[in-house]
Design a protein around this ligand. Structure first.
Ligand code: FRU
Length: 505
């Protein structure tokens, strides 16, 4: 397959990276670094656009994580993989671009994928996205191995050169994992009748992969395409995480343009590629922006996940500053009484600075009047007794206005995030409220992580979560907590911590 001159001299957002002037990259990096909305303990792009987390793994003493990157501007251009590494899952260091869209197989994007460690080999599996001269999409699956110098060497020909018969070129996002002494791979796919599917490939050596069939996990129509499938096992139970596009709201309600769904199965039959379950799908996160979560089993047995705090086909106000989106905190997935919990890994607590105690009684107000960085880069923990309701206003001005409002009611079990009053947010079709619900009439614990333009709210230590972006006015650094309790003696107790900036470039 030869690339024509026309295709080689790709234009616009599909230009070769080498064609961009150095000054252009320096300029967008400086613009990004100067943005008031930059998160400091969430992984964000050095410049340009970040989307899916990729290759989440542990190898040679380091946690490894990559993300879909287009460094030259906040648009979905030809993607590469940017690398970050960590010793503790919370302090990350940027290591530059690891895989570039520089071959005929991936000229229009090194798309999403995963990592696998086999002995002392560290392998990445990704989708090569290319366009033919007539503009038609071509998808193949490629492996890249880390060499002794830490560089990744792509292995050609691709280990899967094209979609199998009966499927379109929407065929991507390999998740490779070891299973029963062999290797399995899930791939997001679309069949020729435009139905979203997940394909299962099997291999004994992680080099030669054979199509085994479709993953059988639901009788229902899963939309026109499934992206980013992941299968992990928590306490032996299969957990399927995937992004169906075009899913009917009657199958599972979701508030965003595309959902990131989870299915908690009872058992996995590897012979027939079947997940046995009651079929109930739920949103991985109930927030505004959360997509393409990637999960993996860590060497210490924990199942860890990370998501893109962004969505396809949406925009953000930081585009004018030439950067967009970030990743979520790293979460641990656990099952409690059959329900999936997702909560930031315990290492996240090491980012906490000095603790300030919170106590709000009766119909009280507890304002943390910390201006500037600390109130906008913090964690709040609130223990809310049964029957108490109230709200947290975050990034508020001195009057408690223009804030992100998180209201809670332990009687109904409802938590609501409202970003309609946060100035600076370019309205997305008036879509400014997200709700989540846990069991009613119980004590409730809220952990709210604020990092400039991103928030993650966890209810009952991960029973539910609400994640999203917000763009407060620069300098609005007040937090107000109000409580309403039928019993004036009932108090909301809690803690406030400033958080360490933990992502280094
Ligand atoms: C999901 C996704 C993946 C694809 C990648 C391209 O957000 O569309 O399916 O591999 O992004 O950046």
């Amino acid at each position: 397959m030869r690339m024509s001159a026309e295709n080689r001299n790709r234009r616009g957002k599909y230009k070769n990276y080498s064609e961009y002037e150095k000054e252009h990259l320096v300029r967008v990096e400086m613009q990004t670094a100067a943005s008031a909305g930059l998160p400091a303990y969430h992984i964000r792009p050095k410049s340009g656009l970040l989307n899916d987390p990729n290759g989440f793994s542990y190898y040679n003493g380091l946690w490894r994580l990559f993300y879909q990157a287009f460094p030259f501007g906040a648009v979905h251009g030809a993607k590469s993989w940017a690398a970050v590494v960590s010793r503790d899952l919370v302090r990350w260091e940027y290591r530059g671009l690891a895989l570039l869209p520089d071959t005929e197989f991936d000229s229009h994007g090194v798309f999403s994928g995963s990592a696998l460690t086999i002995g002392d080999e560290f392998l990445l599996f990704y989708t090569g996205n290319a366009r033919s001269d007539d503009g038609a999409r071509r998808s193949c699956q490629v492996c890249a191995a880390m060499d002794k110098t830490g560089k990744f060497v792509k292995r050609f020909p691709p280990f899967i050169s094209a979609p199998p018969a009966g499927y379109t070129a929407h065929f991507r996002d390999p998740q490779a994992f070891s299973h029963g002494g062999e290797y399995r791979m899930l791939l997001g796919a679309q069949n020729e009748t435009l139905q979203g599917k997940i394909l299962v490939y099997k291999s004994k050596d992680a080099r030669n992969w054979k199509l085994s069939g479709e993953l059988d996990f639901s009788e229902r129509f899963m939309g026109y395409m499934i992206e980013c499938p992941n299968l992990v096992f928590v306490d032996g139970r299969p957990i399927l995480i995937f992004c169906p596009q075009g899913l009917a709201q009657s199958v599972a309600p979701y508030p965003n343009i595309h959902p990131n769904m989870v299915l908690v199965g009872d058992a996995y039959d590897d012979e027939t590629n079947t997940i046995l379950s009651d079929g109930t799908l739920r949103n991985f996160d109930d927030g505004f922006e959360f997509y393409a979560a990637q999960a993996m089993t860590a060497p210490d047995g924990r199942v860890l996940a990370v998501g893109w705090v962004g969505l396809p086909d949406t925009d953000t106000p930081t585009e004018k500053e030439n950067w967009a989106h970030c990743l979520s905190l790293i979460r641990e997935l656990t099952l409690k009484e059959g329900r999936l919990f997702s909560y930031p890994v315990k290492e996240t607590e090491t980012l906490r600075k000095e603790r300030r105690d919170i106590s709000v009684g009766g119909n009280g107000i507890w304002p943390v009047r910390t201006m500037g960085a600390e109130a906008n880069r913090c964690e709040l923990e609130l223990r809310i007794p049964e029957g108490v309701s109230g709200s947290v206003l975050s990034a508020a001005d001195e009057n408690g206005e223009n804030a992100l409002t998180v209201s809670f009611d332990s009687l109904s079990g409802e938590v609501c995030a409202d970003r309609s009053a946060v100035t600076g947010w370019r309205e997305q079709r008036g879509d400014t409220v997200r709700k989540s619900k846990v069991s009613a009439g119980r004590d409730m614990v809220l952990n709210i992580f604020i990092d400039r333009s991103v928030f993650e709210i966890f209810i009952n230590k991960g029973e539910k979560s609400i994640t999203g972006r917000f763009f407060p006015q620069n300098g609005n650094g007040n937090i107000f907590i109000t409580a309403k309790a039928p019993d004036p003696g009932a108090k909301i107790k809690g803690s406030f911590w400033g958080m360490e900036a933990s992502v280094k470039f």
